[in-house]
Design a protein around this ligand. Structure first.
Ligand code: ADP
Ligand code: MG
Length: 258
């Protein structure tokens, strides 16, 4: 079950991952592989450990006091917990988009140029090209091309979220982690982001947390179902939603709890 794609390269290989916050366990013995250029969804009821698992992939849990991790995660075959591992490089390759759109309080242009500038890119023309390309790839360019110098805070919620995706893309990542990226959006903005995510998998590997099972069914290739920190079942999305092998999965996807 942990390796569901024998023909596909796996970007992440997670083995026997255990994570606790202080004395409270949040993930128990998780093993799963994340295939390249596919969309992998993490589903399960609130508090089951979806965000925690997502955050371990680019070591965002390092920022949380009390968080203890055991086990093994390989990114592109390198052990991300190894001493002296390049965590900054990992976070550049593995970008993140959060639940609530969080544009920086600056212009649309500067939001996208922020990361590349931090990496030392100063050339105006280069920055302009990066901004334009990132906005195009995030399906936002046409809506904002005449007001790149306006504050990002003036955009609608859905536009702000696409801006955050563009900001992640500007760093030229390989993987984009998304934690409930549409839960603050209306259905039309949600549909736009879902279309965008489907386009993005041509170039990127996507791992998305969603509490919306229909969303997982609509857009993901693979689905992992978590319950109280255990990985109950991980398989191709159509199998999880049509013929899951575990009773708990069946109960969850048919809405008997959650
Ligand atoms: P989900 O995203 O599935 O709702 P989380 O990964 O946020 O679940 O949380 C899993 C468990 O870990 C929950 O019991 C939650 O209360 C706990 N938890 C999450 N973040 C922290 C934290 N920073 N400190 C302590 N406990 C946490
Ligand atoms: Mg969460």
């Amino acid at each position: 079950m942990e390796n569901i794609n024998t023909n596909t390269k796996n970007v992440f290989k997670i083995k026997n991952l255990n994570l606790s916050y202080g004395s409270k366990s949040a993930l128990q013995n998780i093993s799963m592989d994340i295939p390249k250029n596919q969309i992998t969804a993490l589903i399960g009821p609130s508090g089951c450990g979806k965000s925690t698992l997502l955050r371990t992939l680019n070591r965002m849990n390092d920022l949380i006091d009390n968080c203890k991790i055991k086990g093994d995660i390989r990114y592109e075959d390198n052990d991300i917990f190894e001493k002296d591992y390049d965590v900054i490089g990992l976070r550049t390759n593995v970008g993140m988009v959060f639940q609530k759109p969080n544009p920086f309080p600056m212009s649309i242009f500067d939001n996208i140029a922020y990361g590349p500038r931090c990496q030392g890119i100063k050339n105006k023309k280069t920055l302009q090209e990066i901004v334009e390309k990132s906005l195009k790839n995030a399906a936002l360019y046409d809506e904002v091309k005449d007001r790149l110098r306006d504050s990002a805070k003036e955009l609608s919620g859905g536009q702000q979220q696409r801006l955050c995706i563009a900001r992640a893309i500007a760093m030229e990542p390989d993987v984009i982690l998304m934690d409930e990226p549409t839960s603050a959006l209306d259905p039309i903005a949600t549909a736009k982001i879902e279309d965008l995510i489907l386009e993005l998998k041509e170039k990127y590997t996507i791992v998305i947390v969603t509490h919306n099972m229909q969303q997982a069914a609509r857009i993901s290739d693979n689905t992992a179902f978590l319950l109280m920190g255990d990985l109950i079942e991980y398989d191709k999305t159509d199998i999880i939603f049509s013929q899951p092998s575990k009773e708990k999965t069946e109960e969850y996807i048919t809405g008997r709890f959650g």
